[in-house]
Ligand binder design. Structure first.
Ligand code: SF4
Ligand code: SF4
Length: 179
């Protein structure tokens, strides 16, 4: 299978620089409000701040995949003397907590890197983070080229036109046996 170049978008989070201002939550929820910028309820934000000011813990987390069931992970991590729950780092919209759910409908939320309409050149949360706790990077990665079903159909159609359906079917059956 051939390889293609894919643009990968990355937001780097430096927890030591985050002061818990929550500007990222405000701008994200406002951008995704309907109509746009009509409200700024952080519960609708695709980035949430896990914070415990007494322990100087400020951890911005992005909304990722939806999951139906909660996992069993309850480990604790101590990093630079600060204690975090395993769930703190999790990006899932999951039944065990209220994060990353649209408050009215309960539908899961997911960060779209602001590829909403209109798409943003740089994620808004990064632009609004005045402490540089969030920085944006783009890099290229080589990935396997995705096989599109329509391309397979076009290829098969032209083979059938050229050799006839029976011959193509025979060949596929023979190849399947060899595998
Ligand atoms: S805007 Fe930056 S400093 Fe403020 S809470 Fe978000 S990540 Fe932290
Ligand atoms: S990248 Fe955009 S959609 Fe994702 S959390 Fe930041 S502001 Fe929200």
């Amino acid at each position: 299978m051939s390889k293609v170049k894919k643009k990968v978008k990355v937001i780097k989070i430096d927890v030591d620089k985050c002061n818990g201002c929550r500007a990222c939550e405000v701008v994200c929820s406002a951008f995704h409000a309907k109509p746009k910028y009509s409200s700024n309820n952080p519960a609708r934000s695709r980035i949430r701040l896990i914070s415990d000011p007494l322990k100087d813990v400020y951890l911005p987390v992005y909304a990722g995949e939806y999951t139906k069931a909660e996992c069993s992970g309850r480990d604790k991590y101590v990093i630079d003397g600060k204690e975090y729950d395993e769930c703190d780092f999790c990006r899932a919209s999951c039944p065990s907590r209220d994060f990353f759910k649209e408050p009215d409908s309960g539908l899961p939320l997911r960060c779209d890197m602001c590829e909403d309409d209109p798409p943003q050149e740089k994620p808004l949360c990064v632009q609004w983070c005045l402490n540089d706790a969030l920085t944006y990077e783009e890099r290229e990665e080589e990935v396997e080229e995705e096989v599109k079903p329509e391309d397979v159909e076009i290829g098969l159609g032209s083979m059938i036109d050229k050799y006839g359906l029976e011959k193509v079917m025979d060949t596929v059956a023979r190849m399947a046996k060899k595998e």
